[in-house]
Ligand binder design. Structure first.
Ligand SMILES: [Zn+2]
Length: 348
């Protein structure tokens, strides 16, 4: 680095193109060819790479269209640039990973041709399919979720089934931050696609989700987990909700309601200290109670006692969660209470 800008004059076999030199924020100018060379190098210090990626983010934020027109002058340079940025996701430095994700997203948002969106999508997809160790997958999965949030349809181009299977299967990886990122990516994928997932996919996702959330989970995992649960319940459709619970445990003698694992989870959500987790858990409750068979299973488990205790304790916040949900079917629930001889419990 020199006082004039980021250059490596001693290495220049031929001078770098002045067209690829852009005004920068903390430097008079930034030579993009030099920047890419530094980012490609395996031995460059993390501090220097963080500095370069930070400058690139600021330049793209300032005038993304100008930046794109400059890097597009040479197609092979554009590809080299994208590759150099994606390479930073493999760094072990979390700040550098975050900066790299940020510059990717700034570029995607400015690029109306969606070429960079497709390129980054294919790159992260490739890395995830290679079954990297869980910790190495995290930055790629976070970027994937954001790309899908930007435009799932444009990113996947109709090729999403293999990705969906990978995401569902990877929920079994016992790393809360990765599980949380996978859940987010799955919700964004389903939100952006024109068709709903198949029943067998929803069942697998439900099974993996229950296993991921049953142990004590981080706030992010709980929140994204309940958003994913809501997405599964909504995609399955009210009439077919009961199909989600046939996990084939083979334990015919079990006295437990088929919905017990899920009602336990929902209670965990309703009792959570975070208001957003509570509210999302309440929305999931409403969806479960909209199906008569599932609602009866919920009442066969200790969900009914929990509700009555909540009412008896006058825990209004939780009551609002339960009964204040939009179009919550109070009449249906009360008639189910009556049918199960539970409704009279509070009568004098
Ligand atoms: Zn240069």
């Amino acid at each position: 680095m020199t006082a004039q800008g980021l250059t490596v004059p001693e290495h220049h076999q031929q001078p770098h193109s002045p067209a690829l030199c852009l005004p920068s924020v903390r430097l008079p100018s930034l030579c993009l060819q030099c920047a890419v060379q530094r980012l490609e190098g395996a031995c460059e210090p993390v501090a220097l790479r963080k500095f370069i990626v930070g400058e690139l983010t600021a330049i793209i934020e300032g005038d993304g269209q100008e930046f794109l027109s400059v890097v597009r002058c040479d197609t092979s340079f554009l590809e080299r640039f994208l590759f150099a940025i994606a390479k930073q996701l493999h760094s072990e430095n979390e700040q550098l990973q975050e900066l790299a994700i940020s510059v990717c997203m700034h570029l995607v948002q400015q690029d109306s041709s969606q070429c960079s969106l497709r390129w980054f999508y294919e790159e992260v997809n490739l890395q995830l399919l290679e079954n990297l160790p869980a910790a190495k997958c995290l930055p790629h999965t976070i970027l994937l979720g954001r790309l899908l949030h930007h435009s799932a349809e444009a990113a996947c181009h109709g090729e999403w089934e293999q990705l969906q299977d990978t995401l569902v299967r990877s929920l079994a990886l016992a790393m809360p931050s990765l599980q949380s990122a996978l859940m987010y990516a799955l919700v964004q994928l389903w939100k952006g696609l024109p068709q709903v997932p198949t029943k067998s996919t929803l069942k697998s996702a439900m099974k993996q989700l229950l296993q991921a959330l049953q142990p004590s989970s981080s706030l992010d995992t709980m929140l994204n987990g309940f958003v994913l649960l809501k997405s599964i319940l909504t995609s399955q459709g009210e009439g077919n909700l009961a199909d989600l619970f046939a996990f084939g445990s083979g334990d015919q003698s079990s006295q437990l309601s088929p919905a017990q694992p899920l009602t336990n989870l929902v209670k965990k959500g309703l009792l959570h200290q975070d208001a957003l987790v509570q509210a999302t858990a309440a929305q999931c409750c409403r969806l479960l109670l909209s199906n008569r068979t599932v609602a009866e299973w919920c009442l066969e488990s200790d969900m009914a006692e929990y509700l009555l205790e909540t009412l008896a304790m006058k825990s209004y916040q939780r009551c609002v969660c339960w009964f204040g949900s939009k179009d919550f079917s109070m009449d249906t629930t009360l008639s189910l209470f009556e049918q199960h001889k539970l409704y009279h419990a509070g009568a004098s």
